[in-house]
Design a protein around this ligand. Structure first.
Ligand code: PLP
Length: 409
């Protein structure tokens, strides 16, 4: 009998990483299998922390289950696509029509599909650092080259526009903007958004705006849609969905909306439609939640104002982190995370994934290392702020204790 040869992963996956669920999670699962209770603060999954999706959208999905058995139009059910188009119309994007909307299995699927349809070998795509790492991974998987532009911690994690500009080459095809930002919690001012759009306009770049946290903003922060300023001369793809603002990560309901000079993008859109067709359609029950979510009462507001859990927990987490010696954290203005800095002069950390694994083993607490978000140095980590205040206080206390003696020297 001929022995089977070893089966290895494709070369396409070389250099593709998604550390949020990578080796750190494998180690956490190993410890769980040994009987340890691990507090997992590595993923922005709302349901396990007691956040429930609005009743109306759950009811709508349940009511539609019997008629959601078949495949839908590969771009999505009509009611969901219309609701998304109307949502952006109501936000001032009056040109958006139902055919500009594609529904997907979460924003994640659409990011991969859009980049597959758009990127050719060697094309460069500007991605923020730090980023939500799916962007870097999906550009790489599509055969492109992610080029990271710096977001400036000293300036509230705003994108450094000069750095964006400096990284543009004749091969640059697109500019990714994540606003509000995961992992930093930054919400960009109108001037910053306009600045990014202006760069895209001058260099003929396609804008890819990941706005999945658009409704999770605190204090006086205002969210500005990139598409609003892109007008009719810059092609813009806006991504959002139900996972975060509607606490329905598991429904896998997201969308991408195309705006700007669509007539110049007919071929690309044909490619995107081909990919949509090839995977038949997004989860149909989840699609039924979209119209009700966008049209109904926006209960997210209760969570993001003072007294609301998202607001109170992110602010508390940042305050507590800032009290730890050698740790500083820009207070989040939106989203669900803190991205604190470990001062290298105080904390001797050369390998931040090792730091996360050592913390996990010692304190049974899982966070994600900053380089997993394509941050340039091993001096940050991301903490998910979803647990209630008592649990967060306990968790950050454990981090403080751990750091008192930890050193990789
Ligand atoms: N974009 C950002 C910035 C995210 O943080 C996430 C999930 O955490 C996603 C996209 C993916 O969301 P979805 O659940 O819609 O796939």
């Amino acid at each position: 009998m001929v022995a089977m040869r070893e089966i290895v992963q494709s070369r396409k996956l070389q250099g593709v990483r998604y550390d949020v669920r990578g080796p750190i999670l494998v180690e956490a699962q190993r410890l769980e299998a040994e009987g340890h209770k691990i507090l997992k603060l590595n993923i922005g999954n709302t349901a396990p922390f007691g956040f429930e999706a609005p009743e109306a959208i759950v009811a709508d999905m349940v009511r539609h289950l019997p008629e959601a058995q078949g495949y839908s139009d590969s771009r999505g059910i009509y009611s969901a696509r219309t609701a998304v188009a109307q949502y952006y119309q109501s936000r001032g994007l009056t040109d958006v029509v139902v055919d500009d909307v594609f529904i997907g299995n979460g924003v994640s699927e659409l990011i991969s599909m859009v980049l597959t349809a758009f990127v050719d070998d060697g094309n460069e795509v500007l991605v923020p650092a730090p980023d939500y790492p799916l962007w870097t991974g999906a550009v790489t998987l599509a055969g492109g080259t992610p080029v990271h532009y710096r977001c400036d911690e000293e300036n509230g994690w705003d994108p450094d526009l000069a750095d964006v500009e400096a990284k543009i080459t004749p091969n640059t095809h697109a500019l990714v903007v994540i606003n509000p930002n995961n992992p930093t919690g930054a919400v960009y001012s109108e001037a910053t958004v306009r600045g990014l759009v202006d760069i895209a306009r001058r260099h003929q770049l396609v804008l890819m705006a990941d706005e999945i946290y658009e409704k999770i903003i605190f204090d006086d922060a205002v969210h500005h849609h990139v598409a609003t300023f892109a007008g009719d001369d810059v092609l813009c793809l806006t991504f959002s969905g139900l996972s975060k603002a509607y606490r329905a990560c598991g429904y896998r309901a997201g969308w991408v909306m195309v705006s700007g000079p669509k007539h110049m993008a007919a071929d690309f859109l044909e490619g995107l439609t081909l990919l949509a067709n090839m995977r038949m359609c997004a989860n149909v029950p989840g699609q039924h939640a979209i119209q009700t979510a966008l049209g109904g009462y926006q209960s997210i507001h209760e969570l993001v104002v003072p007294g609301g859990r998202f607001y109170e927990q992110t602010q508390l987490a940042a305050d507590l982190l800032n009290k730890i010696d050698g740790v500083s954290c820009v207070t989040p203005r939106g989203a669900l995370y803190c991205f604190p800095r470990l001062d290298p002069a105080v904390h001797r950390i050369h390998d931040d994934q090792r730091f996360v694994i050592d913390l996990l083993r010692a304190k049974k607490l899982l966070v994600t290392h900053g380089t997993g978000f394509n941050w340039f140095a091993p001096d940050h980590f991301r903490l998910v702020c979803l647990p209630d205040e008592d649990v967060l206080t306990e968790a950050i206390g454990r981090i403080g204790e751990f750091l008192e003696t930890y050193s990789q020297d």
